[in-house]
Design a protein around this ligand. Sequence first.
Ligand code: E4P
Length: 217
Amino acid sequence: MQIFLDTAEVEDIRTYAAWGVVDGVTTNPSLIAKSGRVFEEVIEEICSIVDGPISAEVTALDAEGMLAQAEPLAAIHPNVTIKVPLIPEGLKATKVLSGRGIKTNVTLCFSANQALLAAKAGATYVSPFIGRLDDRGELGMQLIEDIVQTYRNYPEFSTQVLVASVRNADHVRQAALLGADVSTIPPKIMDKMVKHDLTDKGLAAFLKDWESAKTAS
Ligand code: E4P
């Protein structure tokens, strides 16, 4: 499974990219606003750090406006992936962008039928938001299972399932077990994924034994 970072904080991106495990980055208007920086500048800087798909979201609500915003974003770097919302106008824009060879990430997906339409429109990625479904008492991970199975039924679909709105490390574990193509992960969850108390205890014991052996000899 590919790992994308779900953030617009470039220092975090530098930190986790240095681990050698980051395949791409997703941003959204809320994350860009939180960074307090100019949209295009952040995207350009992220592209200089991570050599993989970098999602930049349009904010227009009509296909024409989305396409007008997409062109200059796509011109920033070949890795820029245009994020469009899963609404009829977004599907129209996705179809055109995919015809132009521009990568797309169809976002705000909350049903398998929406994911089916995104694939039909030629999306590169579809982003089901599992955490937001969990937040209202539904099973976000069931949606991943449904979409993965739907796409498997139709090998002609090339759209990749990008698990978004990840809230905890167990979401990542389950997404990988289900065969999702990508999980986009907030930085603090990367820390939770790498950490295990037995790793820390084992390492401390190894180092203590090593020091004792050196003192004894
Ligand atoms: C990423 O593409 C999404 O925009 C993001 O994962 C949404 O996460 P949230 O539901 O925690 O805002």
